[in-house]
Design a protein around this ligand. Structure first.
Ligand code: SF4
Length: 187
């Protein structure tokens, strides 16, 4: 456990046995704090950085234990709030998860646009941390929820402007590559 765990890191909740926020079965870890404030957001209680619950070592232990108990759970999804607005917490959760389960997948939902944080040369500690997070992800769903583009027929996203991005292929190509489960997406 790092010293960063001693910061007042807050999270909104954990949902187990999820099948809607990524391929296969997994857990969704909801971070606390979101600057986007999309109209008709389904989780406005996650907007305030001071809301939610205090994150502790035992919360992380419970999350890890779920994957021991349910070994066919194949991925962890970070959602929010916006996980990239709370990068210390997000990085610690993902780093711990990957250190225990290196072959399980990471999906992450963010209201930011992928190109705005994935490829730039980082100039601040915050940007460096976000790029470390990106490097550990398999799939990132990006973009704010737009009520005028809402489409309930779309899988994994709420509005048609959002994109499902194959992170590792994108980093290799140095450009955004959309994830396609039918065409070589392995996440
Ligand atoms: S990014 Fe997500 S959590 Fe944040 S306001 Fe938009 S829909 Fe809500």
């Amino acid at each position: 456990m790092t010293d960063q765990m001693n910061l007042n890191l807050r999270y909104a909740g954990i949902e187990y046995d999820d099948v809607a926020n990524g391929i296969g079965l997994g857990a969704v870890f909801f971070t606390q704090g979101c600057p986007h404030q999309c109209p008709e957001c389904q989780n406005p209680q996650t907007w305030s950085k001071d809301g939610g619950m205090k994150f502790t070592d035992s919360v992380l232990d419970q999350l890890i234990q779920y994957y021991y108990d349910v070994p066919y759970a194949s991925r962890l999804t970070l959602s929010g709030g916006d996980p990239l607005a709370n990068p210390e917490l997000t990085f610690n959760v993902i780093l711990k998860f990957k250190s225990v389960f290196p072959y399980k997948k990471i999906w992450l939902y963010t209201g930011y646009n992928f190109e705005d944080f994935a490829f730039n040369v980082p100039t601040t500690d915050n940007e460096r941390l976000i790029q470390k997070i990106v490097q550990l992800c398999n799939v990132i769903v990006d973009g704010e929820f737009k009520i005028d583009k809402r489409d309930i027929t779309l899988q994994f996203i709420g509005s048609s402007n959002q994109r499902i991005i194959d992170v590792q292929k994108s980093l290799k190509a140095n450009q955004t590559v959309l994830w396609n489960d039918m065409n070589g997406g392995n996440a």
